[in-house]
Ligand binder design. Structure first.
Ligand code: NAP
Length: 249
């Protein structure tokens, strides 16, 4: 499923799942521009792709529309948009502080929405435009300590359905991936703090393992490819079967 000649933009493309998406889209031939906000991650990214003229990185905060517009104005064009940047804070809903709540809403929902608003029109200018948003298993599967995060992810899965309807007639396909429990910098500290929850997750996952960023990235690359040409408005769960059910009962 070649992406040769296509240009992709991946927000949060500098680490974790986003970095794996950057690598997978490059592997399949696309030129990739990653967006990140932390200087050290951007420098590490530049080192990894120093020899690759078809990969570059831009510093921008997805909550800052003007910064996104500045990136857009430097792009030669766009075929594949991957709004992937996201954050999570794990506490009981009643204990979630306002600041952390707004950070999740602004990054995971507002940030994805304005990323689509700013870059979407570039997709209309070329045939076969694609949007692949990173949602989450928590969009459909309630989890302890993640009520606000789940709300934002259910929101972006709703957003892809709405955009699929509005943008389908313009030739743009809009889908999401819904990762399950994936080992990345976002989840690492939690996994190290609660190893018993990792064991329980594996026991309740039909495929009996945690996910990897590459498990998710390969599905994003598929959704960006011609193989997915008649799929739109969907969230594809990449969760080892957790959303299918469990054998614990
Ligand atoms: N890991 C999981 O188990 C899991 C499961 C389901 C869904 N997801 C979703 O998958 C996506 C990637 O998660 P991950 O696990 O790869 O997390 P991660 O390792 O923490 O990476 C998050 C990425 O998003 C970027 N980012 C965060 N806030 C940003 C902002 N305001 N502006 C620009 N970039 C920003 C980060 O850039 P900086 O480092 O520069 O801030 C980083 O590149 C998220 O949407 C997350 O909700 C993850």
């Amino acid at each position: 499923m070649s992406l040769e000649g296509r240009t992709a933009l991946v927000t949060g493309g500098t680490r974790g799942i986003g970095l794996a998406i950057t690598r997978a889209l490059r592997r399949d031939g696309a030129r990739v521009i990653a967006i990140g906000k932390a200087k050290d991650q951007i420098e590490a990214f530049r080192r990894e792709f120093a020899e690759d003229p078809l990969t570059s990185v831009e510093m921008a905060d997805v909550r800052d529309t003007d910064a996104l517009k500045a990136v857009r104005d430097r792009l030669p064009g766009l075929d594949i948009l991957v709004p992937n940047a996201g954050v999570n804070t794990r506490v009981q809903a009643l204990e979630l502080e306002d600041e952390a709540l707004w950070e999740m809403i602004h990054t995971n929902l507002y940030g994805v929405f304005v990323t689509c608003q700013v870059f979407g029109p570039l997709l209309f200018a070329r045939p076969g435009g694609r949007v692949v948003v990173t949602s989450s298993l928590s969009a459909i599967h309630g989890m302890n300590l993640r009520a606000a995060y789940a709300a934002t992810k259910a929101g972006v899965s709703g957003l892809v359905r709405g955009l699929a309807v509005e943008w389908g007639p313009k030739g743009v396909i809009v889908n999401a991936v819904g990762p399950g429990i994936i080992k990345t910098p976002l989840t690492m500290a939690y996994m190290e703090q609660f190893p018993e929850r990792v064991t329980a997750t594996i026991e309740h996952t039909p495929l009996r393992r945690l996910g990897t960023p590459e498990d998710v990235a390969d599905v994003v690359a598929f959704l960006a490819s011609d193989g997915a040409r008649f799929i739109t408005g969907q969230t594809i769960y990449v969760d080892g079967g957790i959303s299918a059910g469990s054998s614990w009962w």
